[in-house]
Design a binder for this molecule. Structure first.
Ligand SMILES: [Zn+2]
Length: 154
């Protein structure tokens, strides 16, 4: 399937699916993120982003960024996808893809890194652009020494 100007996806080896850890490939997440990116509401920055995650029960849930005239209220695509997942009763994500139209692949912002860690921990994050370029990094690389619930336990 083609979305916008994105070239045919080249396909990356996803051994996690082959070993049964995940139901969906990274490519499927990138496709879902690319598709929902078309719905991004970004009239102020024109920076459209899509994100898609797989929940621990194998569902793909996606989201796009939503801006506001009150700029500080803007919410990133990653958090929109995660809020959707949480509101559907999901509590754990297994991997997440982020797609933007940038030559240098766009990583999640600092706020999103914290939220991804909250519900995914050290999961793979697939960054991709519309030209078929992608890179997968672990959350522990994006957010070393993360703060999480283990610090709150008595
Ligand atoms: Zn963000």
């Amino acid at each position: 399937m083609q979305y916008g100007t994105r070239k045919a996806w080249q396909g990356i080896t996803d051994t996690r699916k082959l070993t049964g850890q995940m139901k969906h490939t990274d490519n499927e997440l990138v496709d879902a993120a690319t598709a929902i990116r078309e719905n991004a509401y970004a009239p102020f920055s024109n920076f459209c982003v899509g994100a898609a995650l797989e929940t621990d029960d194998g569902e793909i849930i996606s989201g796009c960024n939503v801006e506001s005239a009150s700029y500080g209220l803007t919410v990133c695509a990653e958090r929109v996808a995660i809020w959707k997942a949480i509101s559907q009763g999901k509590r754990k994500i297994k991997h997440i893809a982020v797609v933007a139209d940038t030559e240098e692949l766009t990583p999640p912002c600092g706020v999103c890194r914290q939220i991804i860690w909250e519900f995914g921990g050290d999961i793979p994050v697939i960054m991709a652009n519309l030209n078929g370029k992608s890179e997968t990094v672990q959350m522990s690389e994006l957010l070393p020494r993360a703060f999480d619930t283990k610090f709150l336990k008595k």
